[in-house]
Design a protein around this ligand. Structure first.
Ligand SMILES: Cc1cc2nc3c(=O)[nH]c(=O)nc-3n(C[C@H](O)[C@H](O)[C@H](O)COP(=O)(O)OP(=O)(O)OC[C@H]3O[C@@H](n4cnc5c(N)ncnc54)[C@H](O)[C@@H]3O)c2cc1C
Length: 452
């Protein structure tokens, strides 16, 4: 059978773009890609990139205060959101154009519209056109989940924060995951009065327990009104914002309410179930280790598969798919020991097992320290850094590393290489420290603080 394309990719985000570029640019496949919104997907348009730029913007408030402690005569400065937003929008336009240029350079045909699956080898565009392809790759990502109570009262999601015309005076952030915590810190840094509700007992569920507690304390110290074990039970739009009643009986009006209560895979109305693709409980596409679905010609990568929902993972999955299917280089994406960062202030870098998960599995030793780093101690700030190694008591291998510190995202990337290589505690110890930096503590942790 002759197909219009060798590969049809649905979704122009991290995973889809990488797969399309490698399949076409490196392996000469005839590839088309449909994107219904903006090229680059969540990471570039409403995720990692604009968020990190907002993290940078918000950090200047503290830096200005610190500068005075270091002898600089600086005046209090005001943050100009419209000026920042205009620059942010221009930067996202530039990045989107770069993504388009990359696809054009790799000879990928782009259809700027929504696509759905009609049969194992056919997609239909919202324009009504249909195309056949030997393989279809579903890379449609995810979207914020908004519960009914919030949708009816006009709550925002993280998508809307980047598009605000003006910064609100007050905001309620509902949720305790990394996106909720990052935006609580960003908005707090930009001068917004931030309240955060999380219904669970501690923020950042799934991460190392000690790190979670440490970050929660620092967030409170920085002025965020964080309430765990608290949820919204009633809310309605009122003059000047949204009236909210919470499970602890309190009532308050917030200028804006942001729901960051998780994300769901974009599979609704895609036609996948109808052609035999299996979906999981959250609506995620169920795939095997090769990212292949229950229909052999249809593959899926990235957040839509709800494996590890991070940009570099989506990129690896897309690349591995292209290598396997078009490059005759079968490779399974490796999901073990994926490091990540949470851009709270200070940052949290983490790789490997949490103390809680490791001690359920085997005997461990925990090496940890908490201290005031030189830079903030001199400035008179109370923040403390936390560093922790979880070590297998039998093999001596470092199973997990968790760092809460300024620049922890940068530190964990390097620690992850050693841990991925199977470094033992003694390998860390043999490494001579770099002085004076915070990360030197990682190679000078002498005695376990706990064994379990
Ligand atoms: C606020 C926020 C912050 C984040 N921060 C980080 C971070 O710091 N580090 C990190 O690693 N990850 C971060 N992430 C996660 C990261 O953005 C995602 O893991 C990554 O973008 C997933 O890539 P993807 O290709 O699977 O999907 P996406 O990037 O979401 O791309 C999917 C694309 O498909 C399009 N699409 C959907 N349905 C259709 C259809 N039917 N037809 C055509 N097009 C369609 C969408 O418009 C979208 O452009 C963040 C996410 C958010 C929301």
């Amino acid at each position: 059978m002759v197909f219009d394309y060798d590969l049809y990719v649905i979704g122009g985000g991290s995973g889809g773009v990488r797969a399309a570029r490698i399949a076409s640019g490196e392996y000469g496949a005839k590839v088309a890609l449909a994107e219904e919104y903006r090229m680059g997907g969540t990471c570039v348009i409403r995720g990692c990139v604009p968020k990190k730029l907002m993290v940078f913007a918000s950090a200047y408030a503290g830096a200005i205060v610190d500068a005075r402690s270091y002898g600089w005569a600086v005046e209090a400065a005001a943050f100009d959101w419209p000026a920042f937003r205009a620059k942010l929008d221009a930067e996202l336009d530039r990045l989107e154009a770069a993504y388009r240029a990359g696809l054009a350079g790799a000879n990928v045909t782009v259809h700027d519209t929504r696509a759905t699956v009609v049969d194992p080898h056919t997609v239909r565009l919202a324009t009504g056109e249909t195309f056949t392809a030997k393989h279809i790759l579903v890379a449609t990502g995810g979207r914020p989940f908004v519960p009914e109570i919030a949708a009816g009262a006009g709550a925002m999601t993280s998508n809307d924060i980047f598009k605000l015309d003006a910064l609100p005076k007050s905001v309620l952030i509902v949720g305790g995951g990394f996106i909720a915590c990052e935006f609580a810190c960003i908005l707090n840094g930009l001068g917004v009065a931030v309240t955060q509700f999380y219904r669970g007992e501690q923020i950042l569920r799934g991460f190392d327990g000690e790190a979670r507690g440490h970050i929660a304390e620092l967030m409170k110290e920085s002025g965020i009104n964080l309430h765990v074990g608290t949820d919204v039970i009633e809310m309605k739009p009122v003059e000047g914002g949204t009236w909210v009643k919470s499970t602890d009986g309190r009532e308050a009006v917030f200028e804006k309410v942001v729901y960051a209560t998780g994300r769901v895979p974009n599979t609704e109305g895609l036609g996948l179930v109808e052609v035999g693709v299996r979906l999981g409980r959250k609506g995620e596409v169920v795939v095997d280790g090769w990212s292949q679905t229950a229909v052999p010609s249809i593959y899926a990568v990235g957040d839509v598969t709800d494996r590890i929902n991070l940009t570099p993972v989506a990129i690896r999955e897309g690349h591995a798919f292209a290598d396997t299917v078009f490059g005759a280089k079968p490779v399974k994406p490796d999901h073990a020991l994926v490091a990540s960062a949470v851009f709270t202030q200070p940052e949290f870098g983490t790789v490997g097992m949490t103390e809680e998960a490791a001690r359920d599995e085997r005997p461990i030793e925990v090496y940890a320290t908490s201290f005031r780093p030189m830079q903030s101690a001199f400035a008179g700030r109370p923040d403390r850094v936390m560093m922790k190694l979880v070590v297998c008591a039998e093999t001596r291998k470092v199973l997990g590393c968790h760092i809460v510190a300024p620049g922890a995202g940068e530190m964990i990337q390097l620690a992850a290489i050693a841990i991925k290589m199977g470094a033992t505690k003694e390998d860390f110890d043999r490494t001579v420290a770099v002085h004076p930096v915070m990360a030197e503590e990682l190679v000078t942790l002498r005695k376990p603080v706990r064994t379990a």
